[in-house]
Design a protein around this ligand. Structure first.
Ligand code: AMP
Ligand code: MG
Length: 324
């Protein structure tokens, strides 16, 4: 199959909608990362997502919708969910709700709940509206690799596997959505909407893991990883010294990703001047550094607060837990 990148306009959106409604897959931009969309009500189409990504089939997919009325067709809205919808949607948040029968079990990995999200992105909303059905859309990358924040990233991973990539430019958030389970009042994943803002609206959320059992199926899998070995420097008074020590003893092509830190003549790239900018750039930089054959990436850590918490989670996963 020949994969084409299409600029976002109404004619191309129509082409993409036709492809989805005939059972195909289309990648499209959202404010978080690029998604790989299929008609959520067509089980055969949904299965193609798992094949294209190499994604384990017990890892449920998020359904993308374009307005509140559409949510009620597929899930039971709780009072907590209602508050989150009114305050944060459209935006980088996913709510997990009891599903209605119409949602095929292949979408939810066999669970009786479904993840729902309304992306805050013109291209995504127009495509979903044009399709008239919810779109399942995990990140449009090969499973375990950094999520795509540009159409070119999608092409790199999925060339030949899908017909169209709808190009809407660079994703503005750069990290995945925050996931809130509204059935158990639990934060399942940190993401683009800060936990603190959510708790200000609905009160304290439960912690995501009880014992060793992940509540969120995707949490047990490796994620977001470049080929290079990643190290996460935990923030603290001697962080700069720890980074310099790791850098000096590491062998291979190496780099420090800094949030304004200065490391003498060591190879350093300032990835942002704010936590938001760091998050916006992280996956794109992982991909660039892979392309340039880096062996070691040492990332400055940030405070575990707001979007910083999501950022730390992604770097931690990318590092496979290697902290310094
Ligand atoms: P993504 O890979 O960004 O598309 O996010 C999908 C993740 O959302 C999955 O890996 C799950 O962890 C989570 N998720 C989706 N649906 C559900 C659900 N019904 N219950 C719990 N977690 C879910
Ligand atoms: Mg993903």
């Amino acid at each position: 199959m020949n994969t084409q990148i299409l600029q976002f306009n109404s004619k191309n959106t129509q082409l993409c909608a036709d492809e989805i409604l005939s059972g195909g897959l289309v990648a499209f931009p959202t404010e978080t990362v690029y998604g790989l969309g299929a008609n959520a009500l067509n089980p055969e189409a949904v299965k193609k997502i798992y094949d294209a990504k190499g994604r384990p089939s017990d890892n449920p997919l998020i359904c993308h919708i374009y307005d509140k009325a559409q949510i009620e067709q597929f899930a039971f809205i709780t009072p907590t969910a209602e508050k989150l919808i009114d305050k944060f949607m459209p935006g980088p948040i996913t709510i997990v709700l009891q599903k209605k029968q119409i949602v095929p079990s292949v979408v939810t990995g066999g669970l009786d709940t479904v993840g729902i999200r309304m992306p805050n992105h013109k291209c995504a909303l127009e495509l979903i509206r044009e399709c008239g059905v919810p779109l399942c859309a995990p990140s449009a990358n090969t499973s375990t690799k950094p999520s795509p924040t540009l159409a070119e990233h999608v092409l790199h991973d999925l060339d030949g596997k899908i017909k169209y990539i709808l190009d809407g430019g660079r994703c503005s958030v750069g990290l995945e959505s925050t996931i809130v389970d509204c059935v158990n009042n639990t934060l399942l994943r940190q993401g683009g909407t800060p936990k603190e803002e959510i708790e200000a609206v609905i009160g304290k959320l439960n912690r995501p893991i009880v014992g060793n059992v992940p509540l969120c199926p995707g949490m047990k899998y490796k994620h977001y990883s470049p080929n290079a070995n990643v190290y996460l420097a935990l923030p603290g008074i001697d962080m700069h010294r720890r980074i310099e020590q790791k850098y000096d003893e590491a062998s291979g092509k190496k780099i420090i990703l800094s949030l304004g830190g200065n490391y003498g003549d060591r190879n350093t790239y300032c990835i942002g001047n704010s936590v938001e900018e760091y998050a916006y750039n992280l996956f794109a930089q992982f991909r660039r550094l892979d392309g340039e054959g880096y062996d070691i990436i040492i990332c400055e850590g940030v405070d575990d607060y707001g979007v910083g918490a999501a950022l730390m989670n992604r770097i931690h996963k990318a590092s496979g837990g290697k902290t310094i």
